[in-house]
Design a protein around this ligand. Sequence first.
Ligand code: ZN
Length: 429
Amino acid sequence: MTVGEELYKLVAELYPICRSITGDGVRRTLEVVGREIGGLEVHEVPTGTRVLDWTVPREWNVRDAWVANATGERVIDFRASNLYLVSYSAPVRATMPLAELKQHLFTLPDQPDLVPYRTSYYAERWGFCASQRLVDSLPEGDYEVCVDSTLADGYLTYGEHLVEGQTTDEVLVSCHVCHPSLANDNLSGIVVASRLARMLGEGRRPRYSLRFLFIPGTIGSITWLARNEDRIDRIRHGLVLSGVGDPGGFTYKRSRRGDAEIDRTVAHVLRHSGRPHRVVEFSPYGYDERQFCSPGFDLPVGRLSRTEFATYPEYHTSADDLDLVGPAQLQESLEVCREVMEVLEGNGRYLNLSPKGEPQLGRRGLYGEIGGRSDAEERQMAMLWVLNLSDGNHSLLEVAERAGLRFALVADVASALEEAGLLSRTAGG
Ligand code: ZN
């Protein structure tokens, strides 16, 4: 099985679970994530806890929900798909005529075969989602409605995993875990982040500590920020992962700062990946980057997606299913994330120890080593660029950008030059 196939299998395992911003669906999801990573810290924050300008809501759980016709047949059934129930629906048991029922039904008239995804977290009500075609087919008459849910004091649950690095400077990777059976918007980010956490935890101890968050959207990041306000200045770089399993090209949304190292890093990796992509400016709308980039925090956190959310027809509908995401796309997204981490890890500032005139590379075996290599010319250019810009003011990533070369090559020649005594890494670089 390829890594992509393993990731896809995990998406399929998580797909049926009824997640929301609180409840047992989140807990079950985090159990799977913990199993994949090999450990996950699960936090439970009580209902009513004040978090920044928000309050942790009541916990929501569902046993069953349905709409039945006069003969008792379920015409809408939560057991068939959790998308049929408006998330956070309050409990109800009633019989009503079709006209009254329709006030609680949500459809997509322009996509009459699809079921929409709807939530009502902060206004207490109940509702069902269905295809327009199904609603149009319902005959007049009385319908029995049952939402067997609980909306009660409980907890907001989120998961956190730290790969300890050599320093306490952190890279943050965050994804949301609050959507029910939606594959791209939710599960793709969860499985890529889980695998990334496992991979990076297995290798050599990284320079940065890597913090992974598996949190319900908006209220989860607000809760995490509220509880970690005193530690937030450790975050040097961050990435929100969402919608990374569809077949579209990559979209990177810059942090609020616009020119943070993470912004340059992801743009660089995508530019040299040969894959279709675009880099878009920050806006205060989207996923949890909105909270991380709120002005009181202004963290260097961008977002990596494939097709931008809300611009693909399957978005927030029943068509965001196991057919929309694929093993190859998931693997590619994981690969981009891994490369981003490698650049962040390897980036730094160096000082040319022989800055007056070009040092004689041939005498040090650095010119000669080139003979026969197919990338000889590129490698030589990389050396010249690194030597020229290593004045303590340019990072290797900036050298790579200015030279139009891949970071990996620039980092590679930098270590050869360092070994030859021509370069030294600056303190804190
Ligand atoms: Zn969404």
